[in-house]
Ligand binder design. Structure first.
Ligand code: HEM
Length: 402
């Protein structure tokens, strides 16, 4: 449903298309336009409301009763149209079901479980750094980000070794499907059926290593905390949300360091900064840029009336550089107080996997900072366009040993 034209025109209206190749290739000038147009803006192209400001995004995420996730966190409105796959039982659900499921998954991803994984991550990171130093000239997405995550994360979940290459196209398709059915979406959906079948087969109990994170979800079936039919879809959440996001966060962070050599030197001199350095990279170049909510009643934001069942486009990438919230927002500063950024979301759907993502990346960057003195760009970096993710396809680098 579109608003009546007269009513709409009393509020900022924008022709920005956040799913165009121009926007996705370089979103930052568009973010600024969106933020400066107003706290809430009508996107004419997609007949939906949008905000690029930190405060309004935070307000929306803090009120899940009014701004629901169960109608989909992409542009498709599941109240009006059929989702392409059974919706996520976490990301695309509301309380009370969401609360119950999140408690179970929170236990599986508990600090105790993560502590047990750290030693394996360290072994993988050390071996990777060794290989990088032998090569010196590397392509960081294929030599660091993808092999590291495709080793440590599926190992942690308890997925077999063969077929892991399916995880990247699956993640790409899942995130592209949060956008409209444009060329980028169609390209990533080509040949997706066997990939989806591989994913669902690896979410079955008999294919998960006992003791892994996936099989712990099934342990919650035995205790009656999770209905049996929910378990494979909950395991699927790990595989959908835990690969591309983290691969991109590593590629983006390496790009930040290569283009800000002083910040890499600072990290090498003080490895204790690794936690805030990674969070700053997620603020500065957010991998998960865009998601939606759907209004559940007539309401208003910043004085703008929002009708029931309207989609709201939320730009985390823009909120993370909103000058109303951040000093020098366009500066990559690993010592910044960056708590409260939207790179991992906020409120009840805030990323439940962020502790494992942070552990994976902190271990990797600690190992790199110990052995690698400098990281320099060695050729043009290219982006892998995705409707809602921001990440690199290629990042040629030269690395120098300490
Ligand atoms: C740097 C890497 C990551 C980034 C940037 C990221 C980002 C996000 C964001 C922004 C949300 C909130 C979306 C919303 O509110 O609609 C989210 C939710 C979620 N993430 Fe992550 N994520 C990352 C890694 C992971 C990993 C490794 C896992 C798997 C364990 C994971 C699993 C999830 C799940 C299951 C949710 C839904 C939580 C809920 O609805 O309660 N994420 N993530």
């Amino acid at each position: 449903m579109t608003l009546a034209t007269a009513e709409q025109s009393a509020f900022p209206v924008s022709d920005i298309d956040p799913f165009s190749k121009e926007y996705l290739g370089d979103p930052y000038p568009y973010h600024e336009q969106l933020r400066e147009a107003g706290p809430i803006v009508w996107l004419r192209k997609w007949d939906c409301w949008a905000t690029g400001r930190h405060k309004e995004m935070n307000d929306v995420l803090a009120d899940p009763q009014t701004f629901s996730s169960s109608a989909g966190i992409g542009i498709a409105n599941f109240n009006n149209e059929k989702p392409w796959r059974p919706p996520s039982l976490l990301l695309e659900s509301d309380p009370p079901e969401h609360t119950r499921r999140r408690a179970v998954v929170g236990k599986v991803l508990s600090a105790g479980n993560l502590r047990r994984l750290k030693a394996d991550f360290e072994v993988a990171a050390e071996a990777l750094v060794e290989r990088i130093l032998e090569k010196r000239q590397i392509e960081a997405v294929r030599d660091i980000a993808e092999p590291y995550i495709l080793k440590v994360f599926p190992d942690a979940v308890g997925i077999g070794k063969s077929g892991r290459e399916n995880l990247i196209p699956y993640g790409s398709a899942v995130f592209n499907a949060f956008g409209p059915q444009n060329d980028i979406y169609r390209e990533s959906m080509r040949g997706i059926e066997p990939v989806s079948e591989w994913i669902m087969s690896n979410c079955r109990r008999e294919n998960l290593r006992p003791g892994g994170l996936g099989s712990e979800v099934y342990d919650a079936v035995d205790t009656g905390e999770v209905p049996p039919d929910e378990a494979p879809i909950l395991v699927r959440s790990f595989l959908s949300a835990g690969i591309d996001t983290t691969v991109h966060s590593i590629g983006n962070a390496l790009w930040c360091f290569a283009t800000h050599p002083d910040q890499w030197k600072k990290l090498c001199a003080n490895p204790g900064l690794v936690r805030s350095a990674f969070l700053e990279a997620v603020r500065f170049e957010s991998p998960f840029q865009t998601y939606f909510r759907t209004s559940t009643r007539d309401t208003s934001i910043a004085g703008v009336p929002i009708a029931n069942n309207q989609k709201l486009f939320l730009s985390a990438g823009s909120a993370n550089r909103d000058p109303r919230r951040w000093e020098r927002p366009d500066v990559f500063d690993i010592e910044r107080q960056n708590l409260g950024h939207m790179g991992f979301g906020a409120g009840i759907h805030g990323c439940i996997g962020q502790m494992i993502a942070r552990l994976e990346t902190e271990v990797l960057f600690t190992a790199m900072a110990r052995r690698i003195a400098s990281i320099a760009i060695a050729g043009p970096a290219t982006h892998r366009l995705n409707n809602v993710l921001r990440g690199l396809d290629t990042l040629p680098l030269t690395v120098t040993a300490q």
